[in-house]
Design a protein around this ligand. Structure first.
Ligand code: C2E
Ligand code: CA
Ligand code: CA
Ligand code: CA
Length: 276
């Protein structure tokens, strides 16, 4: 038993050390990736019920030199843990603004939504947001900041103050993944926000699942009561779309319309729909 205990301890320590070594490697690769501009943005359209494209969500990917195009699930968490999310989030903001400017020049005045982490919210968001509109001569209302309940609630007083400053400057603010966090209704009422994004988890089984349908219905009603717009994420079927629109959902996003795509594909997608 003693021998086994020692083996376990050794095994544990070495996996721990391997994990730590792997993390350190990843962090230094991520730092290099920022320096070498290996990150790219893909854009997913956000639609009005009448089929118009009203916005785009910017979603980051890592063009890894050996492993190919990596989704954010592979690296965002490590960026958050290491603090690299602050410079990465700033890059995402400035790149999204650059694309918003290009699209506007091509005749597509679309709102661009950018995901913001808790650390970026507190450390640099106000400056990043001011810089993007100045650098690309954008109206602040063209930029929407997507914050999660938990990123706001971590330190609500500080977070809300920054959100209010952003709102006063004319930026749009959305609560992402709404319904998965723990924000109290009392707080929600006081948050300076424009939109609630209904989490994909509540959308995937509607209209068949009566509990999820009731949750979506309640979120839409709550938003209407508070004077907020709703966006449903993860809309994959026409049945989901039709049901959400009938409930009064304002905007929809999901594979039913388009997957997130790089800028060239986005240009083609927008041109094709304008021609139609
Ligand atoms: P999110 O903000 O909830 O983004 C929506 C995710 O749902 C995206 O995954 C998108 O590809 C996926 N999606 C969209 N429509 C559908 C659908 O119809 N069905 C299904 N099954 N999925 C759909 P992605 O791009 O892998 O991003 C994952 C998460 O990574 C995002 O979730 C967001 O939390 C985070 N993220 C992405 N880009 C950034 C960024 O620039 N900064 C920060 N801080 N986080 C980011
Ligand atoms: Ca989002
Ligand atoms: Ca979301
Ligand atoms: Ca999500």
């Amino acid at each position: 038993a003693k021998q086994m205990g020692r083996d376990c301890a050794v095994a544990y320590r070495s996996t721990f050390e391997q994990d730590t070594a792997a993390r350190l490697t990843l962090i230094s690769q991520l730092r290099e990736a920022l320096r070498l501009q290996q990150f790219v943005l893909h854009f997913q359209p956000i639609m009005a019920p009448d089929g118009r494209t009203v916005g785009l969500e910017a979603l980051v990917r890592w063009q890894h030199p050996e492993r190919g195009l990596l989704p954010p699930g592979e690296f965002i968490e490590e960026c958050e843990r290491s603090g690299l999310i602050v410079p990465l989030g700033r890059w995402v903001m400035l790149e999204a603004g650059r694309v918003a400017g290009l699209l506007r020049a091509a005749g597509h005045a679309l709102r661009i939504s950018v995901n913001v982490s808790a650390l970026q919210l507190r450390q640099s968001l106000l400056e990043d947001a001011r810089d993007v509109v100045a650098q690309h001569d954008l109206a602040p209302g063209m930029i929407e900041l997507e914050l999660t309940e938990s990123s706001v609630m971590g330190d609500p007083a500080a977070g809300v103050q920054i959100m209010r400053a952003l709102r006063d400057l004319g930026f749009e603010v959305a609560i992402d993944d709404f319904g998965t966090g723990f924000s109290s209704l009392a707080y929600l009422k006081r948050l300076p926000i424009n939109r609630l994004k209904i989490d994909r988890g509540f959308v995937c089984d509607i209209p068949g699942d009566s509990e999820d349908a009731e949750i979506c219905h309640s979120i839409i009603r709550l938003a209407q009561t508070l004077g907020l717009k709703t966006v449903a994420e993860g809309v994959e079927t026409q049945a989901q779309h039709d049901w959400l629109v009938a409930q009064g959902c304002d905007e929809l996003q999901g594979f039913l319309f388009a997957r997130p795509m790089p800028i060239d594909a986005l240009h083609a997608w927008l041109a094709e729909r304008r021609a139609a």
